[in-house]
Design a protein. Structure first.
Lengths: 333, 280, 272
């Protein structure tokens, strides 16, 4: 039996359906991410698991126990909010200690556990400071400490890093993963940032319009998108319709699908046996981090990505012949 | 800033305002303050002495302060619960309630006193009702007693309290409640440990405004029985009304003491607010 | 909160508790207003629970009373006069300080607090002491005091609107696009601020219309406003008094309604 089971979850707000038939099985100690564009319903799933919202149908089972009718405060589920939600009238120490104080644990033990937790999130020296004096990243770490200290069965994180600067975000992503592995806590993160999802997760559930579009490890999702939506959402896939692609490569495609995807880094200029081949005129070259992204115009528009070091510098306006390994032409259902 | 304003323009726009403040606010108050320490011989504390040894006036102060504190506290408690209830209604309903509040906040002074006479006066609606029902304890209630005046004071404190508490409640974020619940706290624990402490500066501030509001009230008590209520405001009024302006310095002294009382109350609340607000 | 649905009745009881207070509050507030309005239309209401009959005669008598019409006119004149002066004098000053000398804004805020701390009764003493020595018509003194007295409402009306827009940036942007200072002010800033300001003006008007202390103590029946008229009628004719209060309530109701509509518009205008 999986640790956290979500079965047949449905949610309607009045006439509009927000979630349709959500099924998820999560093992203990897994770090899973709900990834999807805004409004796809991922935060709603989180809130239902936490008990802050009721589902219209379906059930949530944690460690074998059905959560129907159980108050949030009795679920042993923790949550970290996008806006941190730190209690303004309490210091960092008091915020973190809150969950333990509520359980009436004796002061000595509370102090000790708070100290340990603050050390874990690297905020020991800020123990007596008030939230409003902390930076965004620091506040989020306090929120994390506060949620973890009560040893929840599942920790939910609702876009916790969206409000932070890119630098801080990357650091916290790493910290989050380290802490999760160290404590072995089952975590469910919600985000719209695919890079974040790729960086921290054991498995990703990609969502669209209230339904789960695909579920798998980061690698699996990246290399084998199952639908056009996934291909458009993850990475910078080139997506082609069957006729357009057949036209471009001059071959008929053996599968019965209507759309195909090719990863931009799968396109190269050296011919290898079995590759498909097409031409294009280089139109524009942009730098994005450490890759160069070049757009070509041929029978269709397509994008090629190269790492800087490779140093193919493309002459704009010149025609190039490009090759793609046959198995890198991914059929989308 | 692209265009700075010239000094001449600044003076032009600001001086009428400053002149008015000076003429109709600062000068009268300062003059009143200074002359309260003067008599024909020069500097004296005689007026203050006579005020502070006058039992009748002191009783007036006691009455005013008691009435103000009690009406403020009752209004505060009732509205604390009422706003909690209001917050759970939908937005359009809340708007209508706020409109009602605004409307009734204008209903004070003489019109209000009159309305209460209609309800609780000697042949008032409720007086007759209680009489008919045989509830002597209530039908013998006199509007013209301190209890009656208290009812009126509570009435005009309520809308003000509502309007001041509403934004304070609004400041309690839903996510704090959710976070607290997930950490194992019951609703009661949330309010005791987080909700009320966060609202406390606002509540104290509201109390001091309500207190000042009642201390300075004049028209309602005056309308009810002209001058027979012994309140500070009434005392001052009777000393300067009419052509018999017998003891202007005494009125000044009482007014100054009243002002000191109110400013002290304001300062006390500001001090306690700033103590708690630092961390919020 | 939805999750309470599945849980303890304690929560439901607490909800009922708060709702009870709320209901009591509404009843307490509405009852005097309703009773007075009813009294204005009652033929006779001395010994019975409900009025003996309904009539328009009290209102009719009131409207035919020249004294009342004049008193009403005086109230309107005084209140609107003070508001207009305040708009002409205080609003520009607030703009200048907020836009060009923001450091000094706290002085305005201090002034606002002081106006609250020194209510009419205290001010009346000072005003009489100072100005009774000169040959100044006391009604002008009251007018001046009224202008200062509504400072909190005018300030709030102006400030709230300005707060929601970055006024300096708007003015800068307009001037960069070629507008003169005056054009920028009148075409951009003023329309945004206008609803909130107008609401503040109406609120001030209604507050002044109900003012009694200053007018009674400093001027008295030499300038009989509606409030003073009402005070007189209180002891002579209850029904006439209630008719006056009825008109007062209707007027206040109208003003409140308009203010509410304006506040909505102002929120919309400044919701960026």
């Amino acid at each position: 039996m999986s640790y956290l089971v979500i079965e047949g979850l449905h949610k309607k707000y009045g006439q509009s359906t927000v979630l349709t038939n959500i099924d998820m099985k999560i093992e203990k100690g897994e770090f899973i991410t709900l990834l999807g564009p805004s409004g796809c319903g991922k935060s709603t799933i989180l809130r239902i698991v936490a008990g802050l919202t009721d589902a219209s149908a379906g059930q949530v089972v944690i460690e074998g126990k059905d959560m129907m009718g159980i108050h949030p405060k009795d679920r042993q589920v923790g949550m970290v909010f996008q806006s941190y939600a730190l209690f303004p009238n309490m210091t960092v120490k008091e915020n973190v200690a809150f969950g333990l104080r509520v359980q009436k644990i004796n002061t000595a033990e509370v102090d000790q556990r708070v100290q340990e937790m603050l050390a874990l999130v690297h905020l020991s020296e800020k123990a007596n400071v008030y939230p409003k004096e902390l930076s965004g990243g620091q506040q989020q770490r306090v929120a994390l400490a506060r949620a973890l200290i009560v040893r929840p069965k599942v920790l939910l994180l609702d876009e916790p890093l969206s409000a932070l600067d890119a630098q801080i975000r990357k650091k916290l992503q790493a910290d989050l993963r380290v802490i999760q592995q160290k404590l072995g806590i089952t975590m469910m993160l919600v985000t719209h940032d695919q890079e974040e999802a790729m960086a921290v997760s054991d498995r990703i559930f990609v969502m669209n319009n209230g339904m789960i579009a695909q579920c798998g490890t980061p690698t699996a999702i990246y290399t084998s998108p199952e639908s056009e939506f996934i291909a458009n959402f993850i990475g910078h896939y080139n997506v082609f319709t069957r006729p357009a692609l057949e036209n471009m490569i001059g071959e008929t495609l053996p599968k019965e699908c209507s759309k195909f995807a090719i990863r931009p880094e799968a396109i190269h200029l050296d011919q290898r046996p079995g590759d498909v081949c097409f031409t294009g005129k280089a139109k524009q070259s942009l730098m994005s981090g450490n890759v160069i992204r070049t757009t070509f115009e041929g029978e269709c528009f397509f994008t090629m990505e190269q790492l800087h070091q490779r140093g193919y510098s493309f002459e704009l306006g010149k025609k190039y012949t490009c090759y793609v390994a046959r198995e890198d032409v991914i059929a989308l259902s | 800033m692209i265009v700075l304003i010239s000094k001449r323009q600044t003076v032009a726009w600001l001086s009428p305002f400053l002149v008015l403040v000076l003429l109709f606010f600062l000068v009268p108050l300062l003059y009143m303050l200074i002359t309260s320490f003067q008599n024909s011989d020069g500097f004296t504390l005689a007026h203050y002495q006579s005020v502070l040894t006058n039992d009748y006036i002191l009783q007036g102060f006691k009455n005013s302060i008691t009435l103000s504190v009690i009406s403020a506290v009752i209004a505060l408690i009732v509205t604390l619960f009422a706003v909690y209830a209001i917050m759970r209604f939908s937005e359009p309903v809340r708007e209508k309630i706020l409109i009602l509040t605004n409307l009734t906040s204008n209903f004070s002074g003489i019109p209000l006193a009159f309305a209460f006479i209609v309800l609780l006066g000697n042949s008032g609606l409720f007086t007759l009702l209680f009489d008919q029902w045989g509830i002597d304890a209530l039908s013998s209630f006199s509007l013209y007693s301190w209890g009656g005046l208290l009812l009126i004071y509570i009435y005009f404190q309520l809308p003000l309290s509502l309007m001041l508490l509403y934004p304070i409640y609004d400041g309690i974020q839903q996510q704090w409640k959710e976070a607290a619940a997930l950490l194992g706290a019951s609703t009661w624990q949330f309010w005791v440990r987080i909700g009320v402490p966060v609202m406390l500066p606002g509540i104290v501030g509201t109390f001091s405004v309500l207190f000042a509001n009642a201390m300075g009230a004049y028209a309602s008590a005056y309308a009810l029985t002209n001058s027979s209520y012994n309140l500070v405001a009434i005392r001052i009024g009777s000393l300067i009304q009419g052509d018999i302006f017998a003891q202007p310095e005494l009125a000044s002294a009482i007014a100054v003491i009243l002002a000191v009382t109110m400013v002290t109350a304001m300062l006390l609340s500001e001090w306690s607010i700033s103590k708690t607000r630092r961390k919020l | 909160m939805e999750y309470f649905k599945n849980k303890e009745e304690v929560i439901v009881k607490k909800r009922g508790f708060a709702d009870l207070f709320f209901l009591l509050l509404v009843v307490y507030l509405v009852l005097p207003v309703a009773a007075t309005m009813l009294y204005a239309f009652a033929t006779n209401w001395n010994k019975t629970i409900l009025p003996e009959g309904l009539t328009f005669k009290w209102l009719a008598t009131l409207f035919q009373d020249a004294e009342f019409i004049q008193a009403f006119g005086r109230s309107v004149l005084l209140s609107s006069g003070a508001v207009i002066i305040a708009l002409l004098v205080i609003v520009p000053a607030i703009f200048v300080i907020v836009l060009y000398f923001p450091k000094y804004e706290k002085w305005i805020q201090i002034a606002v607090v002081m106006v609250y701390s020194f209510p009419g009764i205290i001010l009346a003493v000072g005003l009489i002491r100072v100005y009774s020595q000169f040959d100044v018509p006391m009604i002008l003194v009251v007018l001046g005091a009224y202008v200062i007295g509504i400072l909190p409402y005018i300030y709030q009306g102006t400030r709230n609107s300005l707060r929601n827009v970055d006024a300096r940036q708007l003015l800068d942007a307009a001037q960069l696009l070629g507008a003169s200072k005056l054009q920028a002010f009148s075409k951009i800033l003023l329309p945004t601020v206008y609803p909130g300001l107008f609401a503040g003006a109406l609120l001030s008007f209604s507050v002044l219309f109900g003012e009694f202390v200053l007018i009674n103590l400093v001027v008295g029946s030499r300038f009989e406003t509606v409030q003073i008229y009402l005070m007189k009628k209180l002891s002579t004719s209850g029904h006439i008094a209630s008719a006056v209060v009825f008109i007062y309530i209707v007027l206040m109701g109208l003003l409140t309604f308009v203010i509410a509509k304006l506040m909505k518009r102002s929120k919309g205008a400044t919701n960026l």
